[in-house]
Every structure is written in C-alpha cells, then in structure tokens.
Design a protein around this ligand. Structure first.
Ligand code: SAM
Length: 280
C-alpha cells in the first residue's frame, strides 16, 4: 500500500469516532488474514472504520446506512478546516450537551443546519455521550445520555486533517450493504462487519439506526457474500459466535477470535468471548 508506507506515526490517521462493535482491539488477531494484494478495498459497514484506518488502502469504497456518520466522512474529506472551526465552539458540559442533542427534535431547525454543522454536532455527541454509542429512538432522535469522560478531545485537529488526507482516495456512499454488488469485482477485497447476530434476545446491541438488523438481514447478507465469492472477490466477514452464524457459513473457512466485551449489564465486568471471522 503506497499510501500507508508514506505515513509516519504523526500523520497516520485513526478512527475519529468511538463506535459500538469497533474492531480496533481485534486488529492484531485479524492482521495475518488480510490479503497481501488486492484491487479495490470495499467496506460496506464502515462504522468507525478501524480496519480501513489500519489498512489505509490506496483505492477504496466505503459506505454505511447511517446518514449522520456518512455525512461526517464526507465533510471530513471535503471540508475539514470548516469542520475544525465549528468543532472548536463546543464545550463539554452536561446541560449544553442536552441542548445540542435536542436540535434534531425540531425538524425545521435541524434541516437548516449545514452539513458541516451536522457533522460537528455528531462528532461532539459521540465524544461527549455515553461510551461513544450511536443510538436513535423510534422517531430517529439521538437519545444517548451524557457520558462521564476525563477531558474528552472534542476537536482532534491533527487527526481530522490526517483522516481528510486519506479519505481523498476513498469514495464514500450512504446506503445498504447490498449496493456493493453494483461495483465489487474480481480481486477486490471486501470486509463485512455487520451488526452481530444476537447471542440472546437482549444480549447484543443491534439498533444502530431505526431499522435494526434482523435475521432476514443476516440471510440477505449471506446471499451477497455468496455472490461476491462467485465473482472472485477476497472476503472477510465478522459476526457473533452463534449457532445460526456457524451454520449459515459452514461451507466457508471460519476462524475464531477472542474479543473483550461487556458480558453482563454491569459494564465493569468484562470478559473474553468468542467471535467468528469468515473467509473464502
Ligand atoms: C459492527 S458496526 C461496524 C464497526 C466498524 N467495523 C468499526 O470498526 O467501527 C456495524 C455498522 O453497520 C451499519 N449498518 C447497519 N445496518 C446496515 C445496512 N443494512 N447496510 C449498511 N450498513 C449498515 C451500522 O450503522 C454500523 O455502523
């Protein structure tokens, strides 16, 4: 990767948001499975982009069906200096947080915000909200509570500029994962990291957006996986270590990874759980 080789520690970007299900902690276990050579890199569930920022591909297409998140990627790519200016206005303070959070309750006011203002609000809420979660209620209103952080870096100026630089080589789309069938070709590398199939009815968080990712979405994703495999793409897919997923992908190579996750409602109690990575 030419781009990655030219970056020093100071210019190497990292995820600009904390994202539920982020893969940062698993990269060292995944590293040996990334293909050495490929044509385009495609990531249809980009989230915080831990794998993308690890690989720093020269030529990529990234997407997600979360419009607020995709707006952030586009604004960072095209308008990073205005975004930095806008982010500098925010303060880490509880009442102020709830004021900013409430902006989406007034649809007229909200649509009047520019894309830069929407992106800075999303980044601010992510940095100041509880645990970097993104969650909306049934009306689509952001409803994550204020988080307790020590001095959160709301405007990480240097990283935002570094991210902007690497996004210059990426095409960014908003939409559902199956759209990747419109452009995936032989020898492309596609990393698929969907919301995980829950281990129990309440165990896992699957409502990143208004439409949660249910069993039929997992089956649709499996159909897309098979089609991409037929085309000769290099594939890697993450999911939970569940009977349903193990059975669905039984004809492919399955690797087990160990992830640190909250194992019960007490967030202090973290344990190691198995996750799967499917390869073709
Ligand atoms: C497990 S997270 C990805 C985490 C990412 N790999 C990281 O390191 O931060 C799953 C992502 O899928 C997105 N998503 C949910 N349903 C989707 C769909 N139907 N099509 C595309 N993206 C979807 C969510 O918005 C979320 O960002």
């Amino acid at each position: 990767m030419i781009l990655a080789r030219n970056l020093t520690q100071k210019t190497r970007p990292y995820p600009f948001v904390k994202w539920a299900g982020g893969k940062r902690q698993l990269i060292s276990q995944m590293d040996k499975f990334f293909p050495e050579n490929y044509n385009k890199y495609i990531e249809p569930f980009i989230g915080g982009g831990a794998v993308f920022f690890h690989l720093l591909p020269d030529n990529s297409i990234i997407s997600d069906n979360n419009p607020d998140l995709i707006n952030c990627y586009k604004v960072i790519k095209e308008d990073v200096e205005d975004l930095i200016k806008s982010l500098k206005k925010y303060k880490y303070e509880k009442d102020y947080f709830y004021e900013i959070r409430a902006l989406d309750r007034d649809s007229k006011k909200f649509t009047e915000l520019s894309d830069v203002e929407k992106a800075s609000r999303s980044i601010y809420l992510n940095k100041s909200g509880y645990n970097g979660l993104y969650r909306v209620n049934s009306k689509g209103f952001f409803n994550v509570p204020f988080g307790r952080h020590k001095n959160p870096k709301i405007c990480d100026e240097i990283n935002l500029r570094n991210v902007s630089q690497v996004l210059k080589n990426a095409e960014i789309f908003m939409g559902s994962f199956e759209n990747c069938l419109d452009y995936a070709e032989k020898d492309d590398f596609i990393y698929l990291d969907p919301p995980y199939f829950p281990l129990s009815d309440t165990a896992l968080f699957t409502s990143y957006t208004k439409n949660s990712f249910d069993k039929s979405s997992q089956i649709k994703l499996f159909e897309v996986f098979k089609e991409l495999n037929r085309r000769g793409c290099n594939l890697m897919l993450s999911n939970s270590y569940s009977e349903f997923i193990l059975d669905l992908y039984k004809d492919f190579k399955i690797v087990t990874l160990k992830a640190k996750r909250n194992i019960n409602s007490n967030s202090q109690k973290r344990g190691l759980i198995n996750e799967v990575m499917v390869l073709n």
